[in-house]
Ligand binder design. Structure first.
Ligand code: FMN
Length: 326
């Protein structure tokens, strides 16, 4: 069975990418992912704050405005995985494996990235994923301003690197289709739908905010799946399904919706890296029963673009679900 996939011009032996996380934070960890059968890996993100602290470029006034715990935490993070260490992580990971290694930068402004993106590209990364999350919490900040910041970061990075650049975003945009097409216009080669942001919860006994679960649930598959199916085929950049994909069936659904590849994280934490082999076996078995020889035989078959009635697709499904008659 041919499970080969292509993502941002890179040949993948299969469409399973290990998502940026603790599973990819060292060359040894990356080697384990490759040995388990992953098609590619995205390294743990380098955070903008780590660069600010390491370069000491952060102004004292800014340091003072940070929560002390936040500053101490980031300072500790720099020791473990600061920019200098990150460049060496890219080099070592590339030496350790032959599958594509995608570096990940977590950005919230375009002040710091160009130089680091270039250093990371020089270190041999096959591509860069910009993990961008600008929380729209500032009442003064308009949609246009926030979206322009994303596009500005992309432009700055694209000026400095020739390797493909992907963007990993969350689902909260006013007009995601328009914004995604702008990212495409700005030269983004891959769009990861979606990141799963830090979740909060409330402890009603202690009257405190507490962290929500770091792990996703398979129920979270449906929002990314909907958007992959809506956006697939509308522009050039490749789409990657992410969040809530725990089993082979989730991978197959995303490919049918039009994704070029998928990213897995929680399921690998919960079930171990051997889950990759299990998912690949499930995909092969399904393809066999359906008579598909390669992923291209079915990829995108259920995207909205290929629906005979694309304009009514979403609304019709909604009406069917609400009215209850077929
Ligand atoms: C422990 C942990 C660490 C993570 N670290 C990062 C990170 O550094 N950069 C990033 O872009 N995403 C990070 N993520 C998010 C994952 O890459 C992934 O997008 C998210 O978990 C959703 O996928 P899943 O449903 O397969 O878990 C992390 C997730 C977990 C659970």
């Amino acid at each position: 069975m041919n499970l080969a996939a292509e993502y941002m011009g890179m040949k993948l032996k299969n469409p399973i990418i290990v998502a940026s996380s603790g599973l990819t934070n060292s060359a040894e960890a990356v080697l384990k992912c490759a040995e388990a059968g992953a098609g590619a890996v995205v390294l743990k993100s380098l955070f903008e704050e780590q660069i600010q602290v390491e370069t000491r470029a952060i102004e004292q006034t800014q340091v003072d405005s940070w929560h002390p715990e936040a500053f101490e935490y980031v300072s500790r993070m720099v020791k473990d995985l600061g920019p200098t260490h990150y460049v060496s992580l890219v080099k070592k990971a590339k030496e350790a494996v032959s599958i594509p290694v995608i570096a990940s930068l977590n950005c919230i402004s375009n002040d710091w990235w160009p130089d680091y993106a270039a250093r990371i590209a020089d270190a041999g990364a096959d591509a860069i994923e910009l993990n961008m999350a600008i929380m729209p919490t500032d009442i003064q900040r308009s949609t246009q301003d926030i979206e322009a910041t994303y596009l500005g970061i992309v432009d700055e990075v694209k000026k400095r690197v020739s390797i493909p650049v992907a963007v990993k975003i969350g689902p909260y945009f006013t007009s995601l289709t328009r914004f995604a097409s702008q990212l495409d216009d700005h030269g983004v080669a891959g769009l990861v739908l979606f990141n799963r942001f830090y979740q909060i919860d409330i402890d009603i006994e202690r009257l405190q905010i507490k962290p929500g679960s770091r792990m996703s649930s398979p129920r979270e598959l449906s929002v990314p799946l909907r958007w992959v199916s809506i956006l697939a085929g509308k522009f050039d950049c490749d789409l990657v399904g992410a969040t809530g994909i725990h089993e082979g069936v989730g991978v197959i659904k995303h490919l049918l919706a039009g994704a070029a590849a998928v990213q897995l994280c929680t399921t690998l934490y919960l079930n171990g890296l051997e889950k990759i082999g299990e998912i690949l076996n499930d995909m092969s078995a399904w393809m066999n029963t359906k008579g598909f020889d390669s992923i291209d035989d079915f990829r995108g078959r259920l995207s909205q673009e290929r629906s005979p009635v694309p304009e009514t697709y979403e609304r019709l499904q909604y009406i069917k679900a609400i009215v209850g008659i077929e």
